[in-house]
Design a protein around this ligand. Sequence first.
Ligand code: GTP
Ligand code: ZN
Length: 363
Amino acid sequence: MTLSPDLTDLLARARADLRMGVPVVLSDGAAGTVMLAAETVRADRLAGLRTLDGTPVLAVTARRAETLKARAYDGTLARIEVPEGADVAWVHAVADPKDDLRTPMKGPFVTARGGAATMHALALALVKSARLLPAALLADVADPVAFAQQSGLTCLPAGPSRDMIEASSPLHRVVQARLPLAVSEAGRLHVFRPEDGGEEHYAVEIGQPDRSAPVLARLHSACFTGDLMGSLKCDCGPQLRAALAQMGAEGAGVLLYLNQEGRGIGLANKMRAYSLQDQGFDTVEANHRLGFEDDERDFRIGAGILAQMGFRQVRLMTNNPAKIEMMQSCGINVTERVPLKVGETVQNRAYLATKAAKSGHLF
Ligand SMILES: Nc1nc2c(ncn2[C@@H]2O[C@H](COP(=O)(O)OP(=O)(O)OP(=O)(O)O)[C@@H](O)[C@H]2O)c(=O)[nH]1
Ligand SMILES: [Zn+2]
């Protein structure tokens, strides 16, 4: 039926539900699971989860499990059994590292071994894509489709949903218009929107770059604190302005403003990482303690936008070799790396040094 939501719509709904604390049902034919985001779970919903067929488990990433000293038998994740008396505060304390140093002895945790962890991996991919803490509560349910219908919950087919989350949703240009800028009056802004209702991304085109020659390009990831607030903790704001200035001076270029705040974890999680940095952890350690990888960005998004705009060769303004590798593997030829070394401050010196030492940044 064409009026019914398709899988893309259901995924967008599921993300919104999880952010509100509403459960989502994952179905694999006859078997199924009800999931909740650990960050937004409420006491009544946790109690509801306990009335289902299976004992609830809290799925966390292997990164978070490492900090918690919980055994991760499933490779990239661990299924922590939720003890009988555990309440919402227990769930939050396991998922969120903010009080780890004050209360280091959270365990011991019992983690599940054997059996499939496919649903758990999907649940973690979903909460991550909803920009929540990477932890989810799950409990089995016998007839998932009927249960979802009775309870008015969004029901996702597990296999195809995972593929779609990992493939990242196709982007379409919705509008473009002239945007005179301080660096160049010949500016244009293009807005790209993903089919799954996720974050929009923008491209600022300066002048009329020749599509048959390498274009001066910058893939800039959103940084609310650095780009807009003038934060001294990173170099993003100066990098953004320096890139635009160089494009203005050369008369042509393209800057992608990708809404991948906090290297893809979202602003709330980035602020959690900042809070951990105030406890003494560096930028990479903070991400790991939260349960994320160092960098959760999907650079295929940027490559896809460049290709849609007709750019196949770039002179890429970056200090990050991973961006160059990703562009090349996505079919964008990086003919030259243009260094972007600006904005070092007393406050961001250690941050930049960590990026050089642990993430291979070139300074
Ligand atoms: N998780 C996390 N994200 C951060 C932190 N500091 C800055 N960011 C984010 O890091 C990203 C920086 O993006 P970019 O400047 O495009 O990328 P880069 O990897 O530094 O590479 P180049 O700037 O191209 O050399 C932005 O999304 C910021 O919001 C931090 O301490 N933790
Ligand atoms: Zn920044």
